[in-house]
Every structure is written in structure tokens, then in C-alpha cells.
Design a protein around this ligand. Structure first.
Ligand SMILES: Cc1cc2nc3c(=O)[nH]c(=O)nc-3n(C[C@H](O)[C@H](O)[C@H](O)COP(=O)(O)OP(=O)(O)OC[C@H]3O[C@@H](n4cnc5c(N)ncnc54)[C@H](O)[C@@H]3O)c2cc1C
Length: 324
């Protein structure tokens, strides 16, 4: 099983919008073990362009190249957070940007490469140059508006070294899995390598054990007797937007007990409404995705509430330090 990340649970994300956590939610409902869901990685610099979903990614290589972060009034701010300034790691930069945006009430910050040689910038970052130009921003002359976006989930379906979940014969590979390899904070670029290594292990293990199992080919058809035609789509799409708002507002980069409790209470209302809708309407892709998003949101907040410390990608103002 590989059904990607869970970014679409958040309002701002770099993930494709099919990333609604379907695999994780299925395993959770089947009583499999799901772990480390509180460790959601936010990419610090997604292009801020309201209405774009998913958000376009401005690679961190740009900060490596010399790009400088600035608030909307043009001032540098990373000196307040880390001696490495704009070269600080992803989670520190994302938290710093989040803090500046919240304190100032701004929707984004800027990434500035205008001091670099324009020819070099175009050569190193042709896609970013073209994308921004298409929106009327010449990055060799103007600052790039950026904001953090949900990007990667370290946790997921707990698997062993063969990629097998706690449910026998169910394998999980890729972002939906939790191998433990990333700990609480993924280093950039490790996920694709992880997926390849675990897919190889899963394939080999399956070949070793495949003869030991019987299969039941008599799986009954889905029975939707007693359900009515799908409800108005607006009920589902509106609830999806509410999940996005709850997750981004209260379960984002910086958390607190109060924010998580508030998120929990609001998600609970959506859960009750959606379960009742699901039971009485013919199943559609959209209602299944909404249900899965609510399941995944619930898992992220419950596991965030259980972790009474700040560690890796989970940061809470109520417990700002890691437990020893
Ligand atoms: C913009 C961006 C840049 C990234 N850059 C890097 C990088 O440089 N290096 C790195 O290591 N990682 C990177 N990552 C992370 C990496 O791409 C993902 O972790 C990885 O692709 C996850 O693989 P996957 O197979 O689990 O999911 P995906 O690649 O998302 O594939 C999941 C597939 O499942 C399908 N699907 C979804 N729902 C269902 C369903 N219900 N039923 C059936 N099919 C379904 C989807 O259509 C998709 O084809 C990046 C991620 C993003 C978003």
C-alpha cells in the first residue's frame, strides 16, 4: 500500500490534493497501529499565491545559494532565531517565519535573491524563475512572497523491517508508513530513498511467505442498500474546507494544549456530521476522502496531545523543551 502523504488535510500544502491520508485512515479503522502522527513537516518557503493549492515549492537550495528572508517591510529577521540565519534547518526557519507572520499579522514573508547575479539565478533556478515570472514577479529584481506549507509526514502506519504493518500481510511503503527512519524530523530527500529500500524489502518478504497463505476470493460486493443518492456536494466540500482551517489554525507549526483542545472540539462536530452522512448516502470518492481527512486530523491531534514535550517537528508552547 502506498497512498502518499496527508498534506491535503492542511489548508496550505505542497502535496497533491489526493493526499488525504486514505491508507493511514484505512489501517486505523482496521485497528492497525499508527504512530508518530504529530511529526508533520512544514516546508518553510512555499510560494505565497492565494488560490494555488497545492502551493508551488521554492527549493531550500535557494537559501543555500544566498537568498535572504525578510519580513514584509523588508527587514531581515533570522538573526533573532538562529546564528545560521537563513541557512538554519527547515523546522527552525518554518517556526521563525510562522512567528513573524503571527506577531505582525502578515500573510507571508519574502525571500530575496535580488542581490545575486541575475544570469546565475536564472541558470540555477529556471523553473522558479519562470513560475514567478508567470505571476508577474521577476525574482532577479523583486522579492518572492513565501509562507510555510504542510509538506511531509514522518509518522503513519507502523511497519517492521519488511514493511509489514501490525496487520499480517498488509504492507505499507512510502509516506503513509512509519519506519522510524526519520525520527521526529526528516532530513530533506530521505523519503524517496526510504520508499525504494522498503519497497524492495516488502517485495522480497512477500515472495518468501506468499505460499503460506490462503486467499479468500469470495469478497462480497459493497452493499449500499438503504442508502440514498449522494448528498449535495457542497456539504462535503464545505466540511473539507473546515478540516483544512481547523488543522492549519490550531494544529500547525506551533501548538498548545488550548489550541489542540479547540481543534478537537471542532473536529468532533465534523466527525459526527460526516459519519451520519456516510451512513445514509451512497459512498462517493469525496465522502470517503472527507472521512479519511477527519480520521487523519484526529490522529495528528490526539498524538500531539499525548506528547507532553517539544521534540523534532512537534513544537508546543506549553512544553517547550524535549524530555530527557
Ligand atoms: C513538492 C514536493 C517535493 C518533494 N521533494 C522531495 C525530494 O526532493 N526528495 C525526497 O526524498 N522526497 C521529496 N518529497 C517527498 C516525496 O515526494 C514523498 O514522500 C513521496 O513521493 C511519497 O511516495 P508515496 O509513494 O508514498 O506517495 P505518492 O508519490 O504521493 O504516490 C501515491 C499514489 O497513490 C495514489 N492515491 C492516492 N490516494 C489513493 C487512493 N485512495 N486509492 C488509490 N490510489 C491513491 C496517488 O494518486 C499517487 O499516485 C517531495 C514532496 C513534495 C510534495
Amino acid at each position: 500500500m502506498a497512498t502518499g502523504g496527508v498534506g491535503a488535510v492542511y489548508q496550505t500544502t505542497t502535496n497533491p490534493l489526493v493526499a488525504t491520508g486514505d491508507g493511514i485512515a484505512m489501517v486505523y479503522r482496521a485497528k492497525g497501529t499508527v504512530k508518530d502522527m504529530e511529526f508533520v513537516q512544514f516546508h518553510p518557503t512555499a510560494l505565497y499565491h492565494p488560490g494555488d493549492r497545492p502551493s508551488f515549492l521554492i527549493t531550500e537550495a535557494m537559501r543555500g545559494y544566498g537568498a535572504v528572508l525578510r519580513t514584509m517591510d523588508g527587514k531581515e529577521f533570522m538573526q533573532k532565531y538562529d546564528p545560521r540565519l537563513s541557512l538554519a534547518p527547515r523546522d527552525i526557519v518554518a517556526r521563525a517565519i510562522d512567528n513573524e507572520m503571527k506577531n505582525r499579522g502578515d500573510d507571508h514573508v519574502y525571500l530575496d535573491v535580488t542581490h545575486k547575479d541575475p544570469e546565475e539565478t536564472r541558470k540555477h533556478f529556471p523553473n522558479i524563475y519562470e513560475k514567478c515570472l508567470s505571476l508577474g514577479i521577476d525574482i532577479t529584481k523583486e522579492y518572492i512572497p513565501v509562507a510555510p506549507a504542510a509538506h511531509y509526514l514522518c509518522g503513519g502506519i507502523l511497519v517492521d523491517l519488511n514493511a509489514q504493518s501490525s496487520i499480517e500481510r498488509l504492507y505499507a511503503v512510502g509516506e503513509c508508513s512509519c519506519t522510524g527512519l526519520h525520527g521526529g524530523n526528516r532530513l530533506a530527500s530521505n523519503s524517496l530513498i526510504e520508499a525504494v529500500v522498503y519497497a524492495d524489502a516488502a517485495a522480497k518478504h512477500t515472495l518468501e511467505v506468499v505460499d503460506q497463505y490462503d486467499y479468500n476470493p469470495d469478497i462480497p460486493e459493497w452493499n449500499d442498500e438503504g442508502t440514498r443518492s449522494p448528498e449535495e456536494m457542497v456539504l462535503i466540500t464545505q466540511s473539507m474546507k473546515e478540516v483544512n482551517q481547523i488543522m492549519s489554525t490550531y494544529v500547525g507549526i506551533v501548538r498548545s494544549d488550548l489550541r489542540l483542545k479547540r481543534a478537537w472540539d471542532r473536529l468532533d462536530i465534523l466527525y459526527e456530521e460526516t459519519e451520519s452522512l456516510f451512513k445514509r448516502s451512497v459512498a462517493s470518492k469525496e465522502i470517503c476522502e472527507l472521512r479519511n481527512m477527519i480520521n487523519v486530523g484526529y490522529l495528528i491531534m490526539r498524538q500531539a496531545m499525548e506528547r507532553k514535550e517539544s521534540r523534532g517537528l512537534h513544537y508546543t508552547i506549553d512544553y517547550p523543551h524535549a524530555k530527557k
